[in-house]
Ligand binder design. Structure first.
Ligand code: PLP
Length: 399
């Protein structure tokens, strides 16, 4: 877990450094946005978006997050075993056969159908109620309940005092992919209607929530009692559109261009993914590099071999397309990325040696490889770039 001294990386081929100061700064920005009365919940599903579940949970707890949201029961159990006593909301499906573990570990759990409600009513008691957060369908059309199904579910819950409706929430479908927020507003309307329906049925859920990162930033009216902060606690904007919308907001508040530019700098990426050079070699002109002979040199070339590949989560689509940072310079990936190895061109980088530290994602000196850049190279979003970094790579908390 977190230590104050930078841990040694001498024995590692590849590792992730997690910056405590960047994380703390991001969280402080969001705390200021939501205020002290709104529960700030750190979404740490998928190994904290690849940043390391326990490492990030430690930083989140230390720097002012109130609670956690996870996808799976297993993630909640891992947090409890590590000693975290904060509230944890399990947002994904828990198999009926495992709902007892939700109770045992005192977690909040999403509820959107009668089957889970009935099972929870059986295993919970009024002394130790199940803490459910109703998930309302407002237009994303994945998990959620609405209309008659909601009425029926509420009808059952009225007869089940051992199931406590602690929360009600929804999730936006189209908030980060556009600067046109009409669909999101419509979802907000539907959510408010469902809240009235729930209120009319006599329930007084203490935690109403809707906001993911983009909504936290762009729509204060969606903060309600709690926000679910995912990608942006790690220093990434949800999308270019979100960054742009936030810039426009800053400008529109009357703060002008300077504020709009400053808005770009409010988030700092937390992760730096590093590896070290395992071999340096000179190869002639016209030589092929890697499987499939997809790259042929046009000049005598200094090649560095990196002990990291697609099995580590370094996307194979970065073959002949990505860059790594070596001694503060950009070194192009040559040929295909292998399962565990990647070759880069260091011909123009002076003084390269075996075991030099290399950055695959993040900053080195003046250079940066941004998750957004890697995402656009491989046709995905920053979320996938970081979430797919292999869980067995060590995550080290640094200052
Ligand atoms: C993942 C997730 C979030 C966090 O979204 P970000 O865009 O990463 O902030 C919030 N709510 C739900 C239901 C989620 O699945």
């Amino acid at each position: 877990m977190a230590t104050d001294a930078t841990p040694s990386t001498a024995g590692l081929n590849t590792w992730i450094e997690v910056s405590e100061s960047a994380y703390a700064g991001n969280l402080a920005f969001f705390r200021a946005l939501v205020g002290d009365d709104v529960e700030l919940s750190a979404v740490v599903k998928s190994n904290a978006y690849g940043h390391g579940l326990l490492e990030i949970a430690g930083l989140a707890a230390r720097h002012g997050a109130d609670s956690f949201c996870v996808h799976a029961l297993e993630e909640a159990v891992a947090l409890r075993r590590a000693g975290f006593e904060q509230d944890i909301l399990i947002m994904g499906h828990v198999p009926l056969a495992r709902l007892e573990a939700v109770m045992r570990h005192d977690c909040r759990v999403v509820l959107y159908h009668l089957e889970s409600a009935r099972r929870l009513a059986e295993i919970a008691s009024e002394e130790r109620p199940a803490r459910v957060h109703l998930k309302i369908e407002t237009g994303t059309h994945r998990q959620g309940v609405e209309g008659d199904d909601l009425r029926q579910l509420l009808g059952f819950l009225e007869t089940a005092p051992s199931v406590s409706v602690e929360g009600v929430y929804t999730h936006f479908a189209n908030i980060e992919d556009t600067t046109d927020h009409r669909y999101a507003r419509r979802q907000s309307e539907r959510f408010r209607r469902a809240l009235r329906q729930i209120d009319d049925a006599g329930f007084r859920p203490a935690k109403r929530h809707a906001a993911c990162s983009a909504a936290v930033v762009l729509f204060p009216e969606t903060h309600f009692d709690m926000v679910r902060l995912g990608i942006s606690q790690y220093g990434f904007w949800s999308s270019k559109e979100t960054r742009l919308s936030y810039r426009n907001l800053a400008r529109g508040r009357g703060d002008g261009e300077a504020a709009a530019s400053a808005a770009d700098g409010v988030l700092r990426p937390v992760m730096t993914w590093k590896t070290r050079i395992s071999q340096v070699k000179r190869i002639p002109a016209d030589a092929f590099v890697g499987y499939g002979c997809t790259y042929q040199t046009t000049r005598p070339t200094q090649l560095a071999v990196l002990p990291t590949g697609y099995a580590d989560g370094y996307d194979r689509k970065l073959s002949n397309a990505g860059h790594a940072l070596v001694r503060g310079r950009r070194a192009p990936v040559l040929g295909r990325i292998c399962m565990n190895l990647t070759m880069v061109d260091v011909t123009d980088v002076p003084g390269v040696e075996v075991e030099d530290e290399v950055v695959l994602l993040g900053r080195q000196g003046e250079q940066e490889i941004a998750a957004e850049r890697l995402a656009s190279l491989v046709g995905t979003i920053p979320y996938e770039i970081v979430a797919r970094i292999a869980a067995d790579i060590p995550r080290l908390v640094v200052a």
